[in-house]
Design a protein around this ligand. Structure first.
Ligand code: 5GP
Length: 176
């Protein structure tokens, strides 16, 4: 059964903004090789589409943070279910995330990679819910869209593992 979905960002909106982000990143990293570290699973489409807007020397890899359960986030370092096997030392790395909510995941990912001897580390997110932010000192270097405090699905984002395949970002009607 497919519930009603209210479209928040159409596939055209998303494609246009990713082109703009791609142009900005291309300018910032001119002449450098870049590692995109997509955050599984939500950032699969964003990582893929963004990479195709970067006429640079690009490597794509993924990381998968462990899920924390119902929003209870420990203050320790993030634990990762999947870490790239490649050595990222001296590489220019951009973490590519689907959505920033409280910001705790983003801060922990940045902290994790901060002491890996990278040449540089930046954080890119497609979506941000600024009203939900708890990690006040988080900088999002490249942001697609700031959105209202609503639970969104589609374009990689799931509800109970469904809807990741939708080409747009929407709000699920009737989901609690
Ligand atoms: P944070 O640590 O910033 O609170 O949580 C970030 C993670 O929570 C995201 O990577 C995503 O997995 C999940 N998340 C936060 N808001 C939403 C939302 O509106 N929709 C979906 N599908 N996942 C969300």
């Amino acid at each position: 059964m497919v519930e009603t979905v209210e479209v928040l960002l159409s596939s055209e909106d998303i494609a246009k903004r990713i082109k703009e982000l791609g142009a900005q990143i291309t300018k910032d990293y001119e002449g450098k090789s870049v590692v995109l570290l997509g955050v599984l699973k939500g950032a699969i489409h964003f990582t893929s589409d963004l990479s195709r807007e970067l006429p640079l020397d690009v490597e794509i890899n993924f990381i998968k943070p462990s899920s924390y359960g119902d929003g209870t986030v420990s203050s320790g370092t993030v634990s990762l279910d999947y870490i790239p096997t490649e050595n990222l030392k001296d590489r220019h790395v951009i973490i590519v995330e689907d959505i920033v909510d409280t910001g705790h995941t983003a801060v922990k990912l940045k902290d994790y990679f901060a002491d890996q001897g990278l040449a540089s580390l930046k954080f890119c997110a497609l979506l941000d819910k600024p009203d939900r932010r708890e990690a006040k000192d988080l900088t999002i270097d490249y942001l697609g869209f700031a959105i209202p405090d609503k639970f969104v699905i589609g374009y990689g984002l799931d509800y109970a593992q469904r809807y990741r395949n939708l080409p747009y970002v929407g709000v699920l009607k009737g989901a609690s």
